[in-house]
Write a protein that binds this ligand. Structure first.
Ligand code: CP
Length: 327
């Protein structure tokens, strides 16, 4: 088993082999147990982490801030609009300076075509780990928490049908990073993954190719459909969530004709009734209630969204412990 994590960047889970992802999960479960028992976990005493945000956050910011405090360290929250980045300071200079001041830099930057490049530029220059708090392409902390939650609820995930389903929303033109990281990760666990979306909401071809290669290697399947009903049918887990049409239309309009034409893609009790009787409803949150999902589903007996959100804390602590501590 590979056990050298210290100093590595965390841009996506694709950068870690399956045994390493397993180690992250084991550490997450261990930290969750200790948190429940009130056992101190001072693995990162006196360490400082910088949390840079170009966009808003509830779960990600607070799982990292609470997490490092519970590990004995400290987080500096940095709103990018209050940094010299706003006057054009480069990713290189920001990364070099912050990595001399502390032990890790985490960053959320979701601008299409910019965010992932920015993180990789920081990773090139930083002497401390760079952690991706969501970019235009990936949201590895979310995917890891989702995997932890599914394993916690089901155990062995082989041949479990999980459907990643596009859903209607009006709040903002959301990144594709959540479904991309999920589609890359779940086939590595031999799951039967269905990706369902209306025409125009495609994920990048290279993501589909990688997902299909993992499915072939690990004994699962990946199916892509424009038929929402196929995704719900007999599914064990459904993840109906909005993402923007970034791969086909780079415009920033939140509501356009294509979106409005697909208003029927909302998760309802009727659709859930076509899934497995024990189907679980997941969502990274925040949910656009009344558009992505009806209240009776997200608040109903099949919903596991709060357990999923809680696992953001335990997985964040695991990744910080391994990358900033470890050996
Ligand atoms: N799921 C998630 O990343 O939530 P926040 O946007 O609140 O961080």
């Amino acid at each position: 088993m590979q056990s050298i994590f210290r100093g590595r960047h965390f841009i996506d889970l694709e950068d870690f082999n399956k045994e390493e992802v397993e180690t992250m999960l084991e550490v997450s479960f261990g930290l969750k147990k200790k948190f429940a028992m009130g056992v101190p976990t001072p693995y990162l005493q006196y360490q400082t982490m910088f949390l840079m945000f170009f966009e808003q956050s509830t779960r990600t910011r607070n799982s990292m801030e609470a997490g490092i405090a519970q590990l004995g360290g400290h987080a500096n929250y940095l709103d990018s609009s209050g940094m010299q980045i706003a006057h054009g300071e480069s990713a290189k200079d920001t990364a070099i300076i912050l990595s001399r001041f502390g032990h890790a830099i985490a960053c959320r930057y979701c601008n299409w075509g910019i965010g992932n490049k920015y993180l990789n530029e920081m990773a090139e220059w930083s002497t401390a780990p760079i952690m991706n708090l969501q970019c235009d392409l990936y949201h590895p902390f979310q995917a890891l928490a989702d995997l932890m939650t599914m394993k916690e609820k089901i155990g062995d995930l082989k041949r479990v049908k999980v459907s990643i389903i596009w859903a209607y929303a009006e709040s903002h033109k959301k990144p594709i990073s959540v479904p991309v990281s999920q589609l890359l990760l779940f086939p590595r666990y031999g799951m039967d993954v269905v990706l369902a979306h209306p025409k125009g909401y495609d994920l990048p071809d290279w993501v589909i190719e990688k997902a299909r290669a993992s499915a072939a290697r690990y004994g699962g399947t990946v199916a892509i459909t424009n038929n929402e009903a196929e995704a719900y049918e007999n599914a064990h887990i459904v993840i109906p969530k909005n993402w923007g049409s970034w791969t086909t239309d780079q415009g920033t309009a939140v509501i356009d004709d294509r979106l409005v034409a697909n208003k029927s893609w909302i998760c309802t009790e009727e659709k859930m009734a076509t899934a497995d009787k024990d189907v679980m409803y997941m969502h990274a949150l925040p949910a656009d209630r009344g558009n992505e999902v009806v209240d009776s589903v997200i608040d109903g007996p099949h919903s596991i969204v709060y357990d999923e959100a809680e696992n953001r804390l335990h997985t964040a602590k695991a990744v910080m412990t391994l990358l900033m501590g470890g050996r």
